[in-house]
Ligand binder design. Structure first.
Ligand SMILES: *Cc1c(COP(=O)(O)O)cnc(C)c1O
Length: 359
């Protein structure tokens, strides 16, 4: 089989050992004689899987007991509506920090459910400076996007919002570094970037924020439904949960999120350094706002032909999916947890070789 490193922004690479384990267990899970895909979500076999997935995630992220962990569907995009439907209920207002395309979508959706205010907007892809006095103390929550997948920017520290809970879209950097869960009211993430296959959405929600939704909220969109039924009110995405559990096992074996962060910093430093030294490519994001996960870069002259050539030749080398998002162009290397150091090293070598041949 051809060795490929996939730099896709999502669905993204999974650790090879996870895929091998899934392959080995594909036809016969745990002596059941059945595939995980075929097991009832009410069977002891599957209940063991979902319980282990939750226990592992709690362990990895040090999630306290007064937070619930939910395994849902609908993607992060469904959380854009579900969060306001459940949380924007006391004073019916919320503050949204605008740092990119995904924050904009979250903001737009929230406007359907209350009075939504923009607080801090990125200009030229800089994370805005946020001070406590900028936030409305009567807002039901403050929404942020911790990592901006398309722009390649990330928060390096959390804003101080006082007693107002922070709701965070962590789709593209959850599990990449340790975080203090108690600083958040609600965390959500689509799985397909740093957790597992598409079709699964992780929600981590503080206990006091559950159960406030009005009766008009549909059953499936009420967090309380999923808390009460341990994410199995209806059929959950069983196979995606199983793979996520294997990814959590892999992270624990690696030494947890401290170790993961070290590796992620090594990978990102290597790539940014190569781009900063390059004469033909540049990483446009200022150092203090750079994402560890998504690294956009462009040709210094805006030469689209050169960019297309780079992407095509990289593909020949087994460096897949380096094309930038359609809204920003250029290139983007997504280097999530599962991207091995060897993949980034190969990309860096290729950038240097390409530069020698195309100066
Ligand atoms: C990918 C992404 C989304 C959209 O996720 P879906 O699961 O496809 O709805 C939302 N927010 C961020 C930050 C993302 O990276």
């Amino acid at each position: 089989m051809k060795q490929v490193y996939n730099f896709s922004a999502g669905p993204a690479m999974l650790p090879k050992s996870v895929l091998e384990k899934a392959q080995a267990e594909l036809l016969d899970f745990n002596g059941s004689g059945m595939s995980v895909m075929e097991l009832s979500h009410r069977s002891k076999w599957f209940i063991d899987v979902i319980e282990a997935a939750e226990a592992n995630l709690r362990n990895l992220m040090a999630i306290p007991d007064h937070y619930h962990v939910l395994f849902l569907q609908g993607g992060a995009s469904q959380q854009f509506a579900m969060a306001p439907m459940n949380l924007m209920v006391k004073n019916k207002k919320a503050d949204y920090v605008m740092t990119g395309s995904w924050s904009k979508k979250a903001y737009k959706e929230a406007q359907n459910f209350g009075e939504v205010r923009i607080v801090g907007e990125d200009t030229n892809n800089q994370i805005p400076t946020l001070t406590k006095d900028m936030f409305d103390p009567n807002a039901d929550y403050v929404h942020i996007t911790t990592n901006n997948t398309i722009e390649g920017t990330a928060f390096s520290e959390l804003p101080d919002t006082g007693d107002v809970p922070i709701v965070a879209d962590m789709s593209s950097n959850i599990l990449s570094t340790p975080i203090d869960v108690t600083k958040f009211g609600l965390i959500y993430a689509g799985a397909q970037k740093n957790i597992g296959p598409a079709g699964l959405t992780i929600v981590i929600i503080r206990d006091d924020l559950v159960g406030q939704a009005p009766d008009s909220v549909p059953t499936m969109l009420n967090y309380q439904t999923h808390v009460k039924n341990k994410s199995s009110f209806n059929t959950p995405p069983t196979y995606s949960i199983y793979i996520a559990k294997l990814v959590f096992d892999w992270l624990l074996e690696l030494g947890g999120l401290e170790e993961m962060e070290k590796l992620n910093r090594t990978k990102a430093d290597l790539l940014y350094q190569a781009l900063d030294q390059s004469q033909i490519f540049t990483a446009p994001i200022k150092a203090e706002y750079r994402s560890l996960m998504n690294v956009p870069f462009v040709s210094v002259n805006g030469d689209q032909e050169l960019e297309a050539k780079f992407i095509a030749e990289a593909k020949q080398e087994g460096l897949e999916t380096l094309k930038g998002h359609r809204s920003v162009g250029g290139m983007r290397a997504s280097i999530y947890n599962a991207m091995p150091l060897a993949g980034v090293e190969k990309l860096v070598d290729f950038i240097k070789k390409f530069e020698e041949n195309n100066r």
